[in-house]
Design a protein around this ligand. Structure first.
Ligand code: UD1
Length: 374
C-alpha cells in the first residue's frame, strides 16, 4: 500500500512544543506515513530552541521572521511561500496546530491546493474576536478550512459541533502539550540560569506577551510586579521575557534592576518546566502555561479579560484577574497570605490531556483518511 504523505507545518515556539509529539508519533509509523516537517520560521531563535530540544530536523525551513514583523506582511508572505512549498511536496494531508499566523496561513494555503487539513487543538473559543488578537479569528478561520478537527477537551469539541462542524470529523484527543510535558519530564536535562533563587523564597513565575496586552495593560502588569516584591520580602519573581520588541522594551525599562526580580531571555522548554515545578504561583497571559501549570499543581492567575481555556477555572486551579495593577496585587496577596485558599488552588489536575493525544491523532487519521475529505 502506498504511504500517506503528511506535511506537518508550524512556525512559533508554542506550536513546535505541541507539534513535537505529533511529529514523533507520525515518524513512529514510518510504514504508513511519509512525514514531511515544514517550519515557517515565524519565530527564529525561540523555534530553534524547541527543535533542538526535541531533536527535530525540519525538511523545509522557510525562514520567514522579520524584526518586529507586522501581521499583514507576515500573513501575506506566509500564504505565498507555504502555497509554493505545498505545491512542491504534494502531501495528501496537512497538519497545523493552534491559532498562530503560521497555522492560519498554512490552512489557507492547503485549501488553495485542495489538500485536506487536520487541525490540532481545535475548538478553543472566547467568542470575542479581539481576545486574544488575532488568535481568536485565526482559529475560527482554521475551523472553516480544516477537514479533521482534533479537539483537546469536551468543551472544545462542543464548540465545534455548535459551529456545524460534522461530528464525524471531530476527534476528542486531549492536548498534545501534556504529551510534550511527559516527554521532557523523562529527560532530566540540566537547567542553567544566571540567577539564584533563595531556598526560603516564594517563586512567582511571570510571563506576558499577548498582543492585546501591549501598551498600558503590560505596564499595569509591570507596576503590579514592582509592588508585589516591595510588599512581600519573601517573594522572588522570575520573568522570561518574550523576544518581541513590544514586550522587551517596556518590561526591561520598568523592571530592570529591581531587587528580587529576575528578567531572563526566553528560557528553554525544560527550564520552563523546572521553573513551573519550583514556582509557588504563576502569573501569565499565555495559553500553554494555563495548560501546563495545573499538571504541576500550581495555581495560575491569568492576566487576561477572557480565556479560551475555561477548564482550569472550572477545576478551581486558575483565576482570571485581568491586567489592572491593583487587582493583580490583591489576588497575589490573597494567595500569599491565605494558606487555605492557596491549598484549594494547588491541586494537581490535568483537565487538558493524559499524554496520549498524539497517538489518538495518528489513529484517527489511519481510521479516517480513506474517506473522501470534506
Ligand atoms: C506569536 C503568536 C502567538 C503565540 C506567540 C508565542 C501570532 C499572531 N501570534 O506571537 O499566538 O502565543 O507567538 O510566542 O502568530 N521574535 C524574535 N525571535 C523569536 C521570536 C520572536 O526576535 O524567536 C520577535 C521578532 O521581532 C518578531 C516579534 O518577536 O517580529 C513578534 O513575533 P510574532 O511571531 O509576530 O508574534 P508573537 O508576539 O511572538
Amino acid at each position: 500500500m502506498a504511504k500517506t504523505k503528511v506535511m506537518i507545518i508550524f512556525g512559533t515556539r508554542p506550536e513546535a512544543i505541541k507539534m513535537a509529539p505529533v511529529v514523533k508519533a507520525f515518524k513512529g509509523r514510518a510504514g504508513l506515513f511519509d512525514t514531511v516537517v515544514c517550519v515557517s520560521g515565524q519565530h527564529r531563535q525561540m523555534l530553534d530552541q524547541v527543535l533542538s530540544l526535541f531533536n527535530i530536523n525540519p525538511d523545509i525551513d522557510l525562514d520567514l521572521m522579520q524584526e518586529n514583523q507586522s501581521l499583514d506582511s507576515l500573513t501575506a508572505a506566509a500564504v505565498k511561500v507555504l502555497t509554493q512549498a505545498i505545491a512542491k511536496v504534494k502531501p495528501q494531508l496537512i497538519l497545523v496546530q493552534g491559532d498562530t499566523t503560521t497555522a492560519m496561513a498554512a490552512a489557507l494555503a492547503g485549501f488553495y491546493q485542495k489538500v485536506p487539513v487536520g487541525h490540532v487543538e481545535a475548538g478553543l473559543r472566547t467568542d470575542d474576536k479581539y481576545q486574544p488578537f488575532p488568535e481568536e479569528i485565526n482559529r475560527r478561520m482554521i475551523s472553516v478550512l480544516a477537514t479533521y478537527h482534533f479537539a483537546p477537551t469536551r468543551i472544545a469539541a462542543a464548540s465545534l459541533a455548535k459551529e456545524r462542524v460534522g461530528k464525524e470529523n471531530i476527534f476528542l484527543t486531549g492536548n498534545t502539550v501534556i504529551d510534550a510535558l511527559y516527554m521532557i519530564a523523562k529527560r532530566h536535562k540540566k537547567v542553567n540560569f544566571n540567577f539564584k533563587i533563595g531556598v526560603r523564597s516564594k517563586l512567582l513565575l511571570v510571563t506576558a506577551h499577548r498582543r492585546e496586552n501591549f501598551g498600558s495593560p503590560l505596564t499595569g502588569i509591570c507596576s503590579a510586579i514592582r509592588r508585589i516584591v516591595e510588599r512581600y520580602k519573601d517573594v522572588e519573581v522570575v520573568y522570561p521575557v518574550h523576544l518581541n520588541p513590544n514586550v522587551r522594551g517596556p518590561v526591561y525599562k520598568m523592571l530592570s534592576g529591581i531587587p528580587r526580580v529576575h528578567l531572563t531571555h526566553p528560557v528553554e522548554y525544560h527550564e520552563l518546566t523546572f521553573l513551573l515545578k519550583k514556582a509557588y504561583l504563576v502569573l501569565t497571559d499565555s495559553g500553554g502555561i494555563q495548560e501546563e501549570a495545573p499538571a504541576f499543581g500550581k495555581p495560575v492567575l491569568v492576566m487576561r479579560e477572557k480565556t479560551e481555556r475555561p477548564e482550569g477555572i472550572t477545576a478551581g486551579v486558575a483565576r482570571l484577574v485581568g491586567t489592572d495593577t491593583e487587582r493583580i496585587v490583591r489576588e497575589v496577596g490573597l494567595l500569599l497570605r491565605d494558606s487555605v485558599r492557596y491549598r484549594r488552588m494547588s491541586k494537581a489536575v490535568n483537565p487538558y490531556g493524559d499524554g496520549r493525544a498524539a497517538r489518538r491523532i495518528v489513529k484517527a487519521i489511519i481510521e479516517n483518511a480513506h474517506r473522501s475529505p470534506g
